[in-house]
Design a binder for this molecule. Structure first.
Ligand SMILES: Nc1ncnc2c1ncn2[C@@H]1O[C@H](COP(=O)(O)OP(=O)(O)OP(=O)(O)O)[C@@H](O)[C@H]1O
Ligand SMILES: [Mg+2]
Length: 525
């Protein structure tokens, strides 16, 4: 067993780079506040019962999933559904319903995708969608004629009325799923809609002590702004005098780190699939002039079907146009790019180095320049020739040597993500199909229900889920509290205004203490 790699942030740089945190270049997604009722009334001609158990469907809205089982309609009759799910609505999104059936194939239980349906809700008060929709077949299945598979769905949106900001009391705390220096991440259930979320709880005093206000607000602002299929979705954010709360879609397939640890290494096909989806996520961040800076298997989650969801935007750097350079020494030792180690300033292109490190780690089980001693590892990152196991394909070796080019201006991706996508390693990938999640993932995590946490470390999940109470907030000055003002995600105009006031983001930049370095190099494998 090896420990997860720890993010490091040390800032020895005496010349602070330009302010970070201002994200006012793009307007935000339109903000809604209400609930959506989705009712699966019935479906016909799907899931041949002689081949397996009753079908079930996963209803997905804005990265939240609800599982709906069909009920037995008796022999000769189609299965009954008659089930409903409520979703919290904070922005417009389509509903995607995916139908599955469990089947025994060669004495092994397999989950077969039967098809999917997309429904566009009407976000006008009380207007109902009530219709039959075609279920699109999985191309490889060919069970029966596509026209015949249909589902009857009703959808109705209800605005919440007078806006009020959320509080922790509206959530039931279920499990601890992660822990960091900032606080905890917990699996929670929103009491009114029953939806399951991940809640990242951050202590304001820790943020202030570490002078991380700019990063914390940047994390929230990136999440509000970005809507990408491979980036975890932020649903709400709110605060008390002591703490900040980010409520995110709960991604239940576990960290890529967990799966890599279990399997040792991934096949080239599986690695290519993950890298392709991550490439789309990083490309989207770069388009918004954001550097991610903390790519590693611990920050990559798998959803229930096996697609990627990138999380943890605590190290993002905003306002980084193509030529902009920054100096902040941060990231995770194994993944640090040479130009970052050299302290001469770096650009977006550092993210393509980390993509190369990740691809190498997925395919071999270890990062390319790994050493238990961090200083030795830094030397290797700067000097050691890159070597490959003999069984690695020539195309994989070629893309790795181009992504892991120590000269950033010659690195693959320096002229944009398109040049990475065009590398023959990805030959044959239809990028639009990939973006639309139309490729079936090579691996489906075992997830038994929306609340299942079996893919998360027992070290966390065995802990009692508590949101500790303290009076730390009393010690934070009004000026400090004011800096957190824009954090609450409740009203569109209000948070655009707060994002425009970038002065608060820049005031504490580049002042993280060294304490976070302690124990940072432990992988111990
Ligand atoms: N939306 C989510 N769904 C499921 N698990 C999550 C989610 N967000 C975070 N987690 C889990 O919690 C862990 C810690 O979260 P995160 O990476 O955001 O914090 P961190 O690395 O400790 O934070 P930071 O780098 O901001 O100090 C993740 O590695 C992941 O296992
Ligand atoms: Mg993390």
């Amino acid at each position: 067993m090896f420990k997860s790699k720890k993010t490091q942030e040390i800032v020895p740089n005496p010349n602070p780079p330009a302010a970070e945190g201002n994200t006012n270049k793009e307007s935000e997604k339109s903000h809604l506040n209400g609930t959506l009722l989705v009712r699966v009334v019935g479906a016909v001609n799907i899931g041949n019962l002689s081949l397996g158990s009753l079908p079930y469907c996963i209803v997905e809205f804005d990265k939240n999933e609800a599982l709906i089982n069909a009920k037995d309609g008796g022999s000769e009759k189609p299965p009954l559904w008659q089930a409903r799910a409520h979703f919290d609505v904070s922005k417009e999104s389509n509903i995607v319903v995916s139908f599955y059936q469990k089947r025994l194939i060669n004495n092994e239980e397999n989950v077969i995708l039967l098809g999917t349906t997309t429904v566009e809700p009407i976000f006008e008060d009380q207007k109902m969608v009530d219709d039959w929709f075609p279920i699109k077949m999985n191309e490889t299945e060919g069970l029966c004629d596509e026209d015949e598979k249909r589902v009857h769905i009703q959808v109705c949106y209800k605005p919440a009325g007078a806006k009020k900001s959320l509080s922790i009391d509206e959530f039931e705390l279920l499990k601890v799923i992660g822990k960091g220096s900032f606080g905890k991440v917990m699996q929670v259930r929103k009491k009114d809609t029953n939806r399951i979320y991940a809640m990242k709880i951050i202590r304001k005093s820790h943020v202030v002590e570490r002078s991380e206000i700019s990063h914390t607000l940047a994390e929230r602002n990136v999440l509000v702004k970005i809507n990408n299929p491979f980036i975890v979705g932020l649903k709400f954010s709110f605060q008390t005098a002591e703490k900040l709360y980010l409520v995110l879609a709960f991604v239940n397939g576990g960290e890529l780190f967990y799966h890599l640890q279990k399997d040792g290494a991934f096949t080239e096909d599986r690695s290519r699939f993950y890298i392709s989806e991550l490439l789309c996520a990083l490309e989207c961040l770069h388009k918004y002039d954001i550097i991610y800076r903390d790519l590693k298997p611990e920050n990559i989650l798998l959803d229930y079907s096996g697609h990627i969801a990138l999380c943890d935007f605590g190290l993002c750097k905003l306002n980084m146009t193509d030529k902009n350079k920054t100096n902040t020494f941060c990231g995770t030792p194994e993944y640090l790019a040479p130009e970052l180690l050299l302290g001469k300033g770096y650009t977006k292109v550092v993210d393509w180095w980390t993509l190369g490190v990740l691809l190498y780690e997925m395919m071999t089980g270890l990062p390319p320049f790994y050493d238990e001693n961090t200083n030795e590892m830094y030397k290797k990152i700067l000097q050691q020739p890159l070597t490959f196991p003999s069984e690695m394909s020539p195309l994989a070796q070629d893309i790795l040597s181009k992504l892991l080019n120590r000269e950033p201006t010659e690195r693959l991706g320096n002229n944009g993500s398109e040049e990475i996508k065009a590398h023959p390693f990805f030959g044959g990938i239809d990028w639009v199909k990939l973006y639309n999640k139309k490729y079936q993932p090579p691996f489906k995590p075992s997830v038994s229900s929306a609340t299942d946490t079996s893919n998360f470390d027992e070290e966390f999940t065995s802990e009692v889920p508590l949101d500790s109470v303290s009076n730390e907030g009393n010690y934070l000055s009004a000026t400090v509290q004011q800096q957190f003002e824009g954090f609450t995600y409740e009203d569109r105009d209000k948070h655009i205004g707060s994002m425009v006031s970038s002065s608060l983001m820049s005031s504490t930049l580049n002042a993280r203490p060294l304490s976070r370095q302690i124990g940072m190099n432990g992988r111990g494998r």
